[in-house]
Design a protein around this ligand. Structure first.
Ligand SMILES: C[S@@+](CC[C@H](N)C(=O)[O-])C[C@H]1O[C@@H](n2cnc3c(N)ncnc32)[C@H](O)[C@@H]1O
Length: 180
């Protein structure tokens, strides 16, 4: 099953549309509804997913490329100005549904997405991620601290069962120096 665009998807693209640059990637595109709206904001836009959406042919010539890949493992280091993701973030025992199951604390899968995003991100680039109040905030904050990331809360949306937050993450100089 492909993930249907929902409130979390809308929140991510609402924020992503504020960014411009040369190259942008989305990890876990679903129906690619976020990438459709980013067309023209970057010279090159690439989306990845572990499976292609049903009827993906209609997504041809829309101003972006699609790659079937585990996260961004098929790309070289430090090539994207912006990496966006609305990862599977719901706490789960194991991964039965890869569109929503986030594993332990709901952050097992998001953290694996973020590790890859950091690898392919240019030093001055930004990551946008949507996280739910259902996800372990403690694990998210610890990850950001351990990776010396600058965290900015961009927008929050309360739904009746959860609160969604879109964060911008950037490498700090400490993190950039550690990599040199
Ligand atoms: C919550 S859905 C978001 C879909 C879409 N980006 C949106 O915002 O509507 C998460 C997506 O991540 C994909 N996904 C799960 N594991 C992945 C992996 N290892 N690499 C790439 N994509 C993955 C799922 O197939 C699913 O399409």
């Amino acid at each position: 099953m492909t993930y249907l665009s929902s409130d979390d998807s809308q929140l991510l693209r609402q924020v992503a549309k504020m960014y411009r640059g040369t190259r942008c990637a989305e990890i876990g595109i679903g129906y690619a509804s976020n990438l459709v709206e980013l067309s023209g904001h970057f010279e090159e836009i690439i989306g990845t997913d572990i499976r292609l959406t049903d009827g993906f042919e209609i997504l041809k010539n829309k101003g972006f490329s699609l790659v079937v890949s585990d996260r961004t493992t098929c790309f070289k280091d430090e090539i994207f100005d912006l990496v966006i993701t609305n990862p599977p973030y719901l706490p789960s025992e194991g991964i039965t549904d890869p569109t929503v199951d986030g594993g332990t604390g709901g952050f097992e899968i998001p953290s694996s997405f973020l590790r890859e995003a950091l690898r392919v991100l240019r030093p001055a680039g930004a990551i946008l991620i949507v996280i739910s109040s259902e996800t372990s905030t403690l694990q998210f904050k610890r990850f950001c601290a351990e990776n010396n990331l600058r965290v900015k809360e961009i927008v929050e949306k309360s739904l009746f069962f959860e609160t969604l937050t879109a964060y911008e993450l950037r490498k700090t100089e400490i993190e950039r120096d550690l990599k040199d």
